[in-house]
Design a protein around this ligand. Sequence first.
Ligand code: ADP
Ligand code: MG
Length: 708
Amino acid sequence: MPSTAAKEEAPKVKERPFVLDGIFTRLTALPGIGPRSGSLMAKLVGGDKILDVLWHKPIDFIDRRFTPSVKDAPNGQICTLTITVDKHNVPPKRSMPYRVLCHDDTGPIDLVFFNANKDWVSKQLPLGAEVVVSGKVEYYRGKPQIVHPDAIGSVEDRKSIETVEPIYPLTQGITNKLLRKAVLAALPRLPELPEWLDPAYKERQRFLSWHNTLDKLHNPVNTNDLSPESSVRMRLAYDEFLANQLALAMVRYHQRRRQGRSYKTGGEMRRKLLEALPFELTGAQQRSIAEIDKDMEDPSKMLRMLQGDVGAGKTVVAALAMLNAIESGAQAAIMAPTEILARQHAESMKPLLDACGVRFVTLTGRDKGKQRETLLQQIRNGAAQIVIGTHALFQDGVEFDDLGLAVIDEQHRFGVHQRLMLAAKGKGVDVLVMTATPIPRTLTLTAYGDMEVSKLDEKPPGRKPIDTRLISHEHVQQMIEGLERKIAEGERVYWVCPLVEESEFMDVAAAQERFEILQAKFGDKVGLVHGRLKPEEKDETMAKFANGDIDILVATTVIEVGVNVPEATIMVIEHAERFGLSQLHQLRGRVGRGGDQSYCFLVYPKRLTETAKERLNIMRATEDGFKIAERDLELRGAGEILGTRQSGMPEFRLAELPAHSELLAAARDDAKLIMDKDPKLESERGKALRTLLYLFERDQAIQYLLSG
Ligand code: ADP
Ligand code: MG
């Protein structure tokens, strides 16, 4: 799911085609769904519209079409039987089993209920009546029985009982019965939509119409129907990819078309900054800044990604790019995903910016009242040439005098939409996106379309490889003794305690416990940061760690990916198996920044599956972020690749990566062709594609269509 911020701020769509109204209605409109079950269900299916229920894919099914005679009903199998009710054995106590004796021509069978409501049972199974029941047949003391039949009905109900019943992913409070009922009530609301697929492609893939596809999705009859390779699932995945790729292509098309501006590059400020740098730029940094210069000189808008592994030196490249804008009289902004990162950027850029006399301010959500007013004024009147901040930057009320360049750090945390919001704060704003996450090609495509990429594929000189070791939890004590020696030699340690399930509370408790254990040994040389602290408290502890007042920083994952403390040489990660590999790679990248030998200890519990072990071994085998990300994708699938749910990478609900990656490539090509032939979506197929965009709520793309 996209970050909530992105969701709340998504522009509202007005001109949705009426034909979609039925499935865009809230799901509480379905029979049997009240406010409470509605909100539980919305959470489960990932949205509160009727369409969201229809997009909830079954994971299994129960086949009730097997209708043997009682004698032939096999032990342990789901059967639908037609039987006559002979006798009710009402137990003396409700806690004892309630048996209903029945038979057919071939033999007797019992229906058994525990904790049964007597009235209900006798009403369902009237004496002497012929009934249809379905459930798992079991043999008990040589006699067949069904405990709590899944379905009971009269002979007239047979048709509705003898079906294949899909099984859905569920949650507390939502039974399969309720969900199925919702699906069955929702299916008739499915409209016939104009076909947006290319007819030849549709034919080649043997795809059904969209309407029939969804219908079939909810009526699986064999296991093939549940596999990602089924034509039903492939069509749904393709539709989703196509909406995604088309929206990206449109955003890009419109950004390109809109006039950008031309900036002078390589001026006096740059000379001063380079002079102030204590190092030479690497070849990769020089190449990247040259590519950025070229884009910025060009009057069309820049949309470029600077991709570089942690520690590759993106910050200085960003600073140089921002100087281009400033020397041409415009402002530049850099947006980081978190408070800590924004402050860190400000801190590491300060000496560079001071050296060339640039005035900058830092604006985050923490700035309130008078102080915020002052900052806003400086941004509005141009006194601030560079603004460093968090997403607070694109909120209403933040006005720039003349924003020329927006740099967005750690982009995968932001939605495409947020990026556009910042760019909308100026006219023809150039955009530079920086990402430390080495995103595999398939995923880059889904998140950015075909953005230009500059790669920092060369690390600054003098870095030693990080010595990565797997440590079994039993040996943590020994490791701590080793740390003691290192600390005595003046080295600093990050100690990461991972997220425990989804509970921030447990999470903090684990970190707290570790903190106390370490404190018992190292006293006030240990600090603790976690998500529950006030930002000021966090900052204070981080600052103490950065300047050496404390030697060990125990943290939940709040030590965000960009924090830079070159003196830190040791990274300990507890329960390393719970992290995504890319996340481990990011964390490990926090050390190995100075010239000293650095270490990364991945602590794992006693019981570890083979796959988990294999994953951790990849970390030991390589420091190449791309290799790690590709392997992670193979082993875990795309949804988890970035390790965190709030990653902001589009999560597909219908498509499954990597199983559907070929479809993604096809959708990209398709989208390209569409934009070449019919960029305004005016042809017959174009109009159908508009419906597709509405269906998947690609609001930004739709806005472009509406504004022409
Ligand atoms: P990241 O790409 O992770 O943002 P940073 O920009 O924070 O990396 O740089 C990491 C460290 O490397 C910083 O301490 C920075 O000063 C240093 N650095 C950057 N470029 C060079 C270079 N060309 N030579 C030596 N050190 C460099
Ligand atoms: Mg950085």
